[in-house]
Design a protein around this ligand. Structure first.
Ligand code: AHR
Length: 491
């Protein structure tokens, strides 16, 4: 019986709803087909945005969406994507499959999408191949409410009022696809570009600097040291790649028990990587003003056989559900420093919450985890401890359980638990300090380790009601199945 203690008297940081954020890029079938089908499509849509996808994302309570990339961001020239669609430039998407980008989805369409979703837009600017003037004009186009060339242009394109834009990123992966820069050079460019990211009227922009590739601590150290005073947050990207090289990342659906544990042990590294970056940030910012944004994370496998290698389309199994559950628990527990996270990517690319095929749509196990965890959004983290056993394959030991706990604004205790074991259920005895448990509502997502939803069998992996618990004098006890993610709401 594993001991689990929740101390409701020890309230910690607020879990920013933005931790449950997403990322959409002009990559493969993410934007085109996955989200945007155009006004004249036979697929039901509102102003070109497919209604099934929008409804599903609203149900999951998507809080923030990043766009237009990724690597695409540092090649994107926003003026190509505004005005009458038939006059928009057609260009080649050099990064992602060399396909034609017709720019029919641009700034006004992205803002329309965010308004339909009821989420915050997070726009990523171009430092790698864009000019300062271009970035300055973009901010003016989106947010200025007065007389100016860019505000006039927006009005001529049919949008009278400025948009509200909080999150703006100054470049993406500028150590790689965003210009192959050294951190010293990027820090200077960041200082310069961000100067012209203006706050117009009441619109206050949260300035985001491009951060490190996983454990490149030198990048964070240098950029924060040289430019920290000019930023509100710095990013970090860490993908879970089960294979040993980029040319052999492993299959999304066909894997061994050893690969299961290898994947989970690699994903658990997120905690240490965040801890080490945040130590560095704190060294230069002892008041904790600068946040850390993990704006790309998730599994990255070999593409589904027979699909375009440049489209990064992959399936999504119970293994991905565990990866999502573990990472979201880590972000909750690190919410004193992690102010946003954006899983890559929203639809049809990498660890997506939704897959589409023409007019058909399926929800992935990862979708269900985000939906089951949504009560953590804007709740307050509670102190918790769970006793674990070390399990797994020889080189890839992992704890059998993983958890996080929060209290929502209406006083409910929200618990999310993962059982990482492929074959053993686990009995847990929970003590809830500081309050009496009267009621528990639970849900569980479980199945075989490679179970996944397909267009033929869309509901194979689906959350079910969970009632394998009993209320005890000190709290409750329960048994969670192998390969599972459980959410509980207590009052
Ligand atoms: O998510 C796919 C790509 O991964 C992004 O475009 C880039 O930022 C990262 O390397």
């Amino acid at each position: 019986m594993a001991r689990f203690v929740v101390n409701t008297l020890n309230k910690k940081s607020k879990i920013a709803k933005e931790i449950y954020g997403h990322f959409s890029e002009h990559l493969g079938r993410c934007i085109y087909e996955g989200i945007y089908v155009g006004e004249n499509s036979s697929i039901p849509n509102k102003n070109g945005m497919r209604s099934d996808v929008v409804e599903a994302l609203k149900k999951m309570k998507i809080p923030v969406l990043r766009w237009p990339g990724g690597c695409f961001a540092d090649e994107y020239h926003w003026m190509d994507g505004i005005g009458p669609k038939e006059q928009r430039k057609k260009m080649v998407n050099t990064h992602w499959g060399g396909v034609v980008e017709d720019n029919s989805f641009g700034t006004d369409e992205f803002m329309e999408l965010c308004s339909q979703l009821g989420c915050e837009p997070y726009v990523n600017g171009n430092v790698g191949s864009g000019t300062i003037q271009e970035m300055q004009n973009w901010i003016e186009y989106m947010t200025f409410d007065g007389i100016s060339p860019m505000a006039e242009l927006r009005k001529n394109n049919g949008r009278e009022k400025p948009y509200s834009l909080k999150y703006f990123g100054v470049g993406n992966e500028n150590w790689g696809c965003g210009g192959n820069m050294r951190p010293e050079y990027y820090a200077d460019l960041y200082r310069r570009y961000q100067t012209y990211v203006r706050n117009y009227g009441d619109n206050k922009i949260f300035r985001i600097a491009c951060g490190a590739n996983s454990d490149d601590y030198n990048w964070t150290e240098t950029v924060v040291k040289l430019a920290g005073r000019y930023m509100d947050a710095i990013t970090m990207h860490y993908y879970t790649v089960p294979g040993d090289s980029w040319s052999n990342k492993g299959s999304a659906t066909e894997f061994t028990v050893e690969e299961w544990y290898k994947t989970l042990s690699k994903t658990l590294r997120m905690d240490e990587i965040i801890a080490r970056h945040s130590e560095i940030i704190k060294k230069y910012d002892p008041t904790n003003r600068i946040g850390l944004i993990v704006d790309e994370w998730g599994t990255w496998y070999d593409v589904e056989p027979g699909t375009n290698p440049g489209f990064l389309y992959q399936q999504n199994t119970m293994r991905d559900a565990l990866v999502a559950g573990i990472n979201l628990n880590i972000f909750n527990k690190r919410s004193d420093v992690v102010v946003m996270a954006n899983i890559a990517q929203l639809v049809n690319v990498l660890q997506s919450v939704i897959l589409t095929e023409g007019g058909k749509m399926i929800l992935t196990p990862t979708y269900h985890v985000f939906e089951m965890y949504k009560e953590h959004q804007d709740a307050v983290l509670l102190d918790s401890f769970i006793e674990t056993n070390s399990i797994g394959a020889e080189k890839y030991n992992v704890p059998n359980l993983h958890e996080s706990v929060s209290m929502s604004s209406d006083g409910k205790i929200i618990i999310t638990l993962c059982n990482l074991s492929v074959d053993e259920s686990c009995k847990i005895d929970a003590e809830i300090v500081g309050t009496k448990v009267n009621n528990i509502k639970g849900r569980v997502l479980t199945g075989g380790m490679a179970d996944h939803n397909t267009f033929e069998e869309p509901d194979k992996v689906n959350p079910k009601e969970f009632n394998n618990f009993s209320i005890t004098e000190k709290g409750f006890s329960l048994e969670i199945p192998a390969v599972s993610v459980v959410s509980l709401s207590l009052n």
